[in-house]
Design a protein around this ligand. Structure first.
Ligand code: NAD
Length: 524
């Protein structure tokens, strides 16, 4: 039951027990637990059945059973959502001042925080992330909305002192229009709020296409958006498969910008489609981030940082520190400390607070991780911990925290994103060697350096080609601080004050203060 605040009535009118058709629609043999909840799209402030009448099952990765079904969208649904967002953009949303938009966003932040437990429970059922982790994440997400609530009326024009005489020149910032938000399954609500909060603060409206594996929590958030009195149509959600409904949103003539988080294949496709239609994009893609431990580091602290870098969320995190670079003179000692620390990690039901490592979120991801473990073995890397699935736990989608040593940076296990609990350990000689290996990948999302030397820390923060560099910590992110990638890790930045610019056009206005318009045929 959602919490009631200031007149909120937790209706969730889109739940209908026992609707049929999900397994048939998806063509899977997934088991079903009891009555399925059914979620329609969320368009123009209401739950809407899919135009084609088809649904997809959504699975609990711990039980392996479908617990709900989501609408399988088509271009017709995409069109209805974009039209609603376009009407809202030109209608009620455009009539509010930035300060009024900020008030509504703040109210939404309050509602998110009051309902964090319910939203987190839904998200955990969909992606198997630890309940403790998701509750904290969702509560914090409320602060994203509040941060951008405060920023909404602080987007200021600039008067430009130009070299031209007789003119008054200034910039103004205008919302781009209808924004498409496409998100993955690992942190569905958080990664949506990174885009939605600045987009709404900027005055844009949105159509969201969550991952087909984890749409339910977004559909519940949509109810809170209406409860916050954000007008109908400002935020719409269509669910289903990327090629069927996502591409229809990206190519729709009335969408202006695409905010995407996900993998390389979908990212490239969206970038190509957006380029064809001259739309702007922000792309938050994958990573193969180096976590670099020098011999002068506080090693017990570094062990904790390395573990949280790769084994939090079972390694299903874009910013995972999946390459551990250890200075060669401490390599064996550090690996021993690490293995000792991780060996006791408790795998199990993500709903139970004592669990430290949850299941893999989806069947395809589970298969992919196992295939990379095999690739690493075939390449000659040495598995010093884990390396196996745990069919004895839950529905069997568990993979042990896995550590490989003897990894060379040119191996696939060091170059390709696994997106799972698999760590590749690579020795290095000195600072220059660490910088060379650290940068020798196609990605550039994040990096970390563990050292007591200020000189080393400064040198590496300068030389590492990554959007985020942590020193003596791993994983810190905030609504205040830009996040994004170099190279194949993406385009643009999310969070912080600059993220709002992704959703704004800059307009330059020239006002003549000299009534004498020069005759263009007579040169002065
Ligand atoms: P994915 O790329 O398969 O899917 C992401 C979203 O794109 C889903 O909603 C999917 O339906 C949609 N999609 C797929 N094909 C599409 C198409 N042709 N047109 C439009 N939409 C399409 O990614 P995933 O498996 O859900 O998530 C894992 C990936 O996400 C990893 O590579 C990970 O690194 C990345 N990720 C990046 C960040 C970041 O901030 N950089 C954060 C989390 C995850």
């Amino acid at each position: 039951m959602l919490c009631r605040i200031a007149g909120y009535s937790p209706s969730f009118g889109h739940y209908h027990a026992g609707l049929m058709g999900s397994r048939e629609a998806a063509g899977t043999e997934m088991p079903v637990s009891g009555n399925l909840r059914s979620y329609g799209h969320f368009i123009d402030g209401a739950s809407v059945a899919p135009a084609a009448g088809a649904y997809l099952p959504t699975e609990d990765p711990f039980t392996g059973a479908a617990w709900a079904q989501i609408a399988r969208g088509t271009a017709d649904d995409a069109n209805a959502a974009v039209e609603a967002a376009d009407r809202a953009f030109h209608g009620p949303w455009s009539r509010l001042s930035a300060t009024e938009r900020g008030h509504l966003l703040w109210r939404l932040g309050d509602l998110v925080q009051a309902n964090a437990a319910q939203l987190a429970e839904t998200e955990r059922r969909d992606n198997g992330k630890l309940a403790t982790e998701v509750v904290a994440q969702v509560k914090y997400m409320g602060d994203y909305f509040k941060y951008y609530a405060g920023l909404a009326d602080k987007v200021q024009s600039h008067v430009i002192p130009t070299d031209k005489k007789g003119v008054f020149t200034y910039t103004k910032y205008e919302p781009k229009g209808v924004v498409v938000i496409i998100t993955p399954w690992n942190s569905p609500l958080t990664l949506t709020s990174w885009k939605l909060a600045p987009a709404l603060a900027a005055g844009c409206t949105a159509v969201i296409k969550p991952s087909e594996f984890t749409s339910a929590s977004m559909l519940e958030l949509a109810e809170l958006i209406i409860e916050a009195e954000i007008p109908n149509g400002v935020v719409n959600v269509v669910t289903g498969l990327g090629p069927e409904v996502g591409e229809a949103l990206v190519t729709h003539p009335k969408t202006a910008h695409i905010g995407f988080t996900g993998g390389e294949v979908a990212g490239r496709k969206i970038y190509e489609l957006a380029a064809h239609h001259f739309k702007t994009v922000t792309l938050e893609l994958g990573g193969k981030s180096p976590n670099i431990v020098f011999d002068d580091a506080d090693l017990p602290q570094a062990v904790k940082g390395v573990v949280s870098g790769i084994f939090a969320a079972s390694g299903q995190s874009c910013q995972a520190g999946s390459r551990l670079l250890v200075q060669q003179n401490i390599h064996d000692r550090f690996v021993e400390m690490l293995v000792e620390f991780v060996r006791s990690a408790k795998l199990g039901d993500p709903a139970v607070p004592e669990t430290q490592v949850g299941p893999i979120a989806t069947r395809p991801q589970f298969e992919k991780i196992l295939s990379y473990i095999q690739i690493a073995k075939d390449e000659g890397a040495r598995c010093v911990l884990g390396g196996k699935a745990r069919p004895d736990l839950g529905a069997g989608m568990f993979i042990e925290p896995t550590i490989f040593t003897g990894v060379r940076n040119d191996m696939r296990i060091a170059q390709e994103e696994v997106f799972g609990p698999v760590l590749a350990v690579i020795p290095f000689r000195d600072e220059q060697d660490a910088i060379r290996i650290g940068n020798d990948v196609a990605y550039g999302l994040a990096a970390a350096v563990w050292t007591r030397s200020l000189h080393r820390a400064m040198l590496l923060t300068d030389k590492l080609k990554a959007g985020t560099v942590w020193v003596n910590n791993y994983r810190a992110t905030s609504f205040t601080s830009p996040f994004g990638g170099y190279k194949k890790s993406g385009i643009g930045r999310e969070s912080g004050t600059e993220a709002i610019n992704e959703y704004l056009h800059t307009k330059t206005v020239w006002i003549s203060t000299d009534l004498d318009v020069p005759n263009p045929f007579i040169r002065r």
